[in-house]
Design a protein around this ligand. Structure first.
Ligand code: FAD
Length: 320
């Protein structure tokens, strides 16, 4: 957590950008052009997701390597247990280690497409906790490990409209603590749109002794259908004022984007005002909304469009 602590000491806010692997080669090249421009604004790290069911393993590994060694940004690769016997997990970890990447987001993963339940593969792991334990046992302190946290509890334990029961929420938190106790250095949260829920979650984590940084995962609204799909999938609560603001403009793409920037800015302002000084932006591979929010917050300079960053040797960003 060296860089995040450094940022705190200097009164600076740390921010990071998340990307997913595009489906085509052309998409990958476009992504790198965009990433290059975005990295010019100085994120503390960038991360690349692992396709559901291991579907993008090779592309994710390639992109992670290029991010670390050609874009020259501290890179965190996501890794899930879905369809991954331990040999495959180790070969992915060995590959990124040999490319100098020192940061992993350790996840269980969702079930592969077409299945509705996570099934542990033979010789594989049943949950992210197993993966964290394995990485620490086999690779010592080489990797900085991040895990996922769920301010509204994991969707599998949310059974009704009202959200998780108090008991399910507490169990979820206790399990999150086990992931941290097993060696995770950082928590990045699932998306949320009710900032109070996130702030309560941070408080509840502190109450049960979770001391590592908890980074809010901010997913700016870029389009209405995508927003409804994601919040439905993740069972995210949508505050009434957001529904009221979106309903009349939902068919107007530009208006939805502008609202997404406004809302993202206000959410981040409220979070930063509490003294939390880290933001993780789910960019969905888009540039403008994330950068507009950071510009509104005064965290980046609008004019800084070209970059002159020299190559730096990779470092594990999360460990002191
Ligand atoms: P886990 O931490 O293993 O567990 C999820 C939930 O199951 C827990 O919250 C708890 O309720 C329950 N649980 C599991 N094991 C136990 C136990 N032993 N005891 C008690 N309760 C338990 N998916 C991808 O496919 N690729 C990605 O790149 C990706 N990136 C993500 C990034 C972030 C920041 C987040 C929040 C999610 C991401 N996901 C990704 C989605 C994630 O894979 C799913 O949410 C998945 O269903 C759970 O993964 P997890 O690591 O949280 O699982």
């Amino acid at each position: 957590i060296e860089k995040i602590q450094e940022a705190a000491a200097n009164g600076r806010t740390a921010f990071s950008f998340e990307y997913f692997p595009p489906k085509t080669e052309e998409g990958v090249e476009n992504l790198f052009e965009r990433m290059d421009r975005m990295v010019a604004h100085g994120p503390n790290f960038c991360d690349i997701t692992w396709g559901a069911g291991g579907s993008t393993a090779d592309v994710t590994l390639d992109i992670a390597n290029r991010m670390q060694n050609m874009v020259c940004v501290e890179t965190m690769m996501h890794l899930t247990c879905t369809n991954m016997p331990v040999e495959k997990i180790d070969s992915a970890l060995d590959a990124i280690k040999s490319n100098g990447i020192q940061n992993v987001l350790a996840l269980r993963g969702d079930p592969p497409h077409g299945q509705d339940k996570f099934v542990q593969v033979a010789g594989g792991f049943s949950c992210a906790l197993d993966l964290v334990q394995h990485i620490r046992a086999k690779y010592g302190d080489y990797f900085g490990i991040t895990v996922a946290g769920y301010p509204e509890a994991h969707p599998e334990v949310i059974l009704g409209e009202e959200g998780a029961t108090d008991e399910a929420y507490s169990n979820d938190l206790a399990y999150l603590k086990r992931k941290v106790d097993a060696g995770a250095d950082l928590i990045v949260t699932q998306l949320f749109y009710d900032t109070d829920i996130f702030l309560k979650f941070v408080n509840d984590c502190r109450q049960i002794g979770i001391t590592c940084p908890i980074v809010p995962g901010i997913m700016p609204i870029n389009n209405y259908k995508g927003f409804i799909r994601m919040t439905g999938f993740c069972k995210t609560k949508i505050p009434a004022e957001i529904t009221a603001a979106l309903e009349p403009i939902k068919d107007n793409e530009e208006a939805v984007k502008a609202y997404g920037i406004h809302l993202g800015t206000e959410m981040c302002k409220k979070i930063l005002a509490t003294g939390i000084n880290t933001l993780h932006l789910y960019t969905l591979n888009m540039e403008k909304t994330a950068l507009a929010i950071l510009t509104n917050l005064g965290l980046i300079e609008e004019s800084k469009l070209s970059r002159t960053l020299p190559w730096r040797p990779p470092t594990n960003v999360f460990r002191v």
